[in-house]
Design a protein around this ligand. Sequence first.
Ligand SMILES: [Zn+2]
Length: 74
Amino acid sequence: MSAHQLGVEIACDGPTGGDDCPDSAAVRARFTSRTVRQVRADGRRDGWTTRRAQGRLLDICPRCRTHTTTETTR
Ligand SMILES: [Zn+2]
């Protein structure tokens, strides 16, 4: 067991939530951030957003967010 416990990792769910993120991006959490909420707050500083889809929360990295400027509504 290491003394440095890894916190949660929040990875990008891709532009639509169904696609993989082209960058496989993950939030660079600050050292003090241990909970999902804290890490999401870190991500928001870097431009990450969350999106609710089908009852779950998708995490979108800044790059994927800019790829979805045209909303696809079906
Ligand atoms: Zn992404």
